[in-house]
Design a protein around this ligand. Structure first.
Ligand SMILES: [Zn+2]
Ligand SMILES: [Zn+2]
Length: 562
């Protein structure tokens, strides 16, 4: 009898590996492909003018006929922010699987591309096995900083491929729905082929503090506050918002939601029952204004110092409806995303200058991370007992630490894979191996939806920011020869000495170099692309030798009389 031929399963990370952000995984069998999450990444401060980064979708586009569905573990931007750009690139987007809340939060964006896309929505709930094309997928509830988060298991003949999603174990969550330990343990008993787990806090010892402890810190802060209370947090942190709302009810304060995303998300969450409060507790800013300071609270966006967010505008005195004043208590209930620290501290300084007391130190217990720390990660590994393990959702240092944690609970080092973007990991009961790498990387998006930036343009931006721009205006006679010495003008190019003399000098040097060159190369015209490169190159050298700077050079070539 011939042996039964088993289907080969494989996974490919297209994002979220060796980085925090733009999470995206593919799971494939021989016939079809599933996408798990499709996120964006916020740029570091060195990426001037870049709005966000996306995974490179080329491989998905090339293989789109195999796409059975897209699963979204939760509605944070690093997991869903790339969804709309991806859908726009696909000939016909596949069905979307996510919890009711995640779908609710995405609805507007998706129907903005096409009204009919709402028919692609498939709400999922925990402990449910869903057939997506040829895949059998089971979802389990996990605790995280946003509600409606799930982990999932893709069942294969050799055992389950389990994604934890972003998670923490939190034994005392606000909604009393702890992570579904039982399901993870049951999968472990049945046999987990591969575990792919969140590494964000793999360098943090112990356990992540529970939302319950944050609740106690808020009680203290509410006791002490004599004036208005203004809490800044992520609009998606619904557990945190729920807590603040609960405290407001206990302490007899009316509350208003401020900031566009805060208003939108809380309204949706209230509608779907993920945020609850007694009628009359939440009011408009106008109503709030008529109440005594110790009877009001505001929940606002801007915890990351985003310049346009409500808290930043309050800090700068540019938010007309809320003026910060003596006696206000401002609570920043969020961890700074790396790269945002400077803007956050600037805001804090301005708020204090205006007379507010600002509580922002994480040691005060006014914030808890949404990700599992070391002891929780070990417990997850022990519950699922995977044959193979892949750390994800972390920089390389966090992934490496997660690997060490896995080794400490007995997973063999050769069964742990520190992957890179695009690595194709084939898994079966007998072996796991990394095969050829597929196209992967990052796409920089500049100007929302208006185009992609390449490395050359980014280099130019760096030069412009560092050394400014120099324009070289070259006038040509009817024979195409330089009619006069090129005129130089600059923007943001700072020189200590007399600029008129410098530009005159540089212009004369450029004219002489160009004339020499044109004599030797009769067929080169300055209006051509080659001519422009020539001017950039020559002037670049001249300016560098005179000033030791490298501004971006823009040649402006025109004919006499133009
Ligand atoms: Zn998340
Ligand atoms: Zn995440």
């Amino acid at each position: 009898m011939s042996e039964e031929i088993k289907e080969q399963y494989s996974v490919i990370p297209l994002g979220g590996i060796r980085e925090i952000g733009k999470n995206m995984w593919l799971v494939s069998n021989e016939k079809q492909m599933l996408i798990i999450d499709c996120g964006l990444k916020f740029p570091g401060e060195d990426l001037y003018g870049v709005d966000y980064l996306l995974p490179d979708f080329s491989y998905v586009i090339e293989n789109q006929e195999k796409l059975a569905g897209i699963i979204l573990t939760h509605a944070h931007e690093d997991h869903v922010g790339g969804l709309v750009p991806l859908m726009e690139k696909l000939d016909s987007p596949p069905p979307l699987y996510a919890t009711e809340l995640s779908l609710g939060l995405l609805e507007e964006r998706v129907t903005d591309i096409e009204e009919g896309y709402k028919s692609l929505f498939h709400p999922i709930t925990g402990r449910e096995i869903t057939e997506i094309g040829s895949f059998k997928v089971e979802f389990m509830h996990v605790c995280h900083s946003i509600s409606g988060a799930v982990g999932l298991a893709v069942h294969t003949p050799d055992g389950a491929i389990v994604f934890t999603g972003d998670f923490k174990l939190d034994p005392t969550p606000i909604d009393q729905k702890p992570t579904d330990y039982f399901k993870f343990a049951e999968l472990g008993e049945q046999g987990v082929l591969l575990l792919i787990a969140d590494s964000t806090n793999a360098t943090q010892p112990g356990y992540t503090i529970s939302e319950k402890e944050v609740a106690e810190s808020f009680v203290n802060a509410f006791y002490r506050a004599k004036g208005r209370i203004i809490v800044a947090t992520f609009a998606s942190s619904l557990h945190r918002i729920q807590q603040v709302v609960n405290r407001c009810a206990e302490f007899d304060r009316k509350v208003a939601f401020v900031g566009r995303s805060m208003e939108r998300i809380t309204a949706k969450a209230y509608e779907l029952g993920y945020l609850t409060y007694p009628e009359g507790l939440v009011v408009s800013l106008e109503v709030l204004d008529s109440l005594p300071a110790d009877k009001v609270a505001i929940i606002t966006t801007g915890s990351q110092g985003e310049p346009m967010a409500a808290l930043s505008r309050m800090a700068s005195g540019k938010y007309n409806q809320v003026q910060i004043r003596q006696g206000d208590t401002v609570i920043i209930s969020a961890t700074p995303i790396p790269g945002n620290e400077r803007s956050i501290y600037q805001n804090i300084n301005k708020l204090i200058e205006r007379g507010a007391q600002v509580l922002y130190d994480s040691r005060k217990g006014l914030h808890a991370s949404g990700h599992a720390s070391q002891e929780e990660l070990k417990l997850m590994l022990n519950l699922t007992k995977p044959r193979y393990f892949v750390p994800t959702h972390g920089e390389f240092r966090q992934m490496t630490r997660h690997k060490e944690l896995a080794e400490s609970v007995g997973i063999a080092s050769e069964n742990i894979f520190l992957l890179d973007l695009g690595d194709h990991l084939l898994v079966s009961e007998s072996e796991a191996q990394v095969s050829e790498r597929v196209t992967a990387g990052e796409i920089m998006v500049a100007g929302r939806g208006h185009g992609y930036l390449d490395a050359k343009e980014l280099r130019e931006r760096h030069k412009m920011v560092k050394d400014g721009v120099l324009f070289a205006s070259c006038t040509l006679d009817e024979k195409g020869q330089l009619a006069s010495v090129p005129r130089l003008m600059s923007k943001g190019f700072i020189i200590e000495d007399d600029p008129v003399t410098l530009y005159q000098n540089a212009g004369e040097q450029l004219a002489s170099l160009l004339r020499n060159y044109m004599q030797k190369h009769e067929n080169v015209t300055l209006t051509s692309e080659k001519g422009e490169i020539l001017i950039q190159d020559m002037l670049g050298r001249i300016i560098y030798s005179l000033t030791r700077r490298r501004p971006v050079i823009v040649p402006l070539v025109h004919h006499l009389g133009e």
